[in-house]
Ligand binder design. Sequence first.
Ligand code: SF4
Length: 415
Amino acid sequence: MPGGRALRPPGRLLAMQNIFDESALTELASSQGIPERVAPALARVRRMAPEWLLDQVQEAGLEGKGGARFPSYRKMRLHRLQEAPVKHLIVNGAEHEPGSSKDSWLLTHHPRVVVDGALCVAHEVGATDVHFAVNEINQDALQAIRTAVNDVRRTVVNLPNIHVNVVPDVYVVGEETALIKALEGMPPMPAGRPPFPIQSGLHGRSTLVHNAETMAHVPYIALAGSDMYRSMGPTGLGPTLCTFGEEFVRSGVRLVPQGISIQVLIDDFGGGLGSGRKIVAVQPGGPSSAFLSSADFHCTFDAPSLKAVGSSLGCAAVRAYADVEAVINDLKEIADFFAASSCGQCPPCGMQTRMLATIVGQLSAGKARRKAIDQIPLIVQANQGKGLCGLIQMPVSPIESLIRLFPDEVAERVM
Ligand code: SF4
């Protein structure tokens, strides 16, 4: 990951500072007269007036980093308004999105910052219990977060109850109602809404669920301020973590400023393809995001701009392709994954995801019929709004974008 410890605005985009560096955050707190070395952001928030942090989070424009990218302050303020003797905050570090490893990277390498951020939010919203949900296959992250929690318990007084929860390695656990069921010891199946978790969540209590990366941004916002945070991106949207696929020269997790162009993202931050070939397509936001062709590489890497060109920022797992053959091969894996991940509660979900996987498989093998390709919009239309969660729609955008962006290459594979 680029960047050193100095918490200064970057001189160049590639000199992106590491806002998760615990030593740098502690030094910043010390310069403000805050001596606490464990959970320094919590120490600052405790010195400020109620709702000061929520104002900072709102002014910083911090969005949920799990995929939906909604303004995070809205859920926090709603949770704060709930008056109840027991209120839960769940930090979702389950991360089952294929190609994304940012949350496990944070939990493993910067667990104290995730814990500090969660405790800041718990303090502001009045949560009595904080839960860290970690994927069962990520033992390094589990050990790291347990150590960080023990450190804070030894050092900081007046803490909420803190729990570290191991959750199964099943895709739908990432959905917040399924995650709540997993924490209750039940099979992780998404539930219909209402009630929303803020109203009735874990064990029937008001529950706020935030992604682990969202929590990790909070200490920097609390210590450096919302203006400094916003200044880290050319359009004032702050930074976000990306996972670059293994095809990039600089693969892995990196912090990037939102608002740079896709071209700068893949060339300067990803380093281009390891093969040295020209990139013809990018998937910018994980497996459920629409592909972009090179005609859209001028578009900026942030949720509003990607939405405007029909894609999404999602979990910011970035993939790049040198030819359409590679796009179609990846799309087959994506469609198969979502078909296999349907939990089976809603018959239309199983039917749609399996039908789409079959058609994409035929396309990949060069055996799809034109009639099957033409049926895709009808299948999607017939199942609109028929799932309890968003999984039913997840393969749709990448499939539709392939057909829209590369009609000639699709036609070559149709019988
Ligand atoms: S939409 Fe699919 S994954 Fe979601 S609850 Fe229904 S069957 Fe399960």
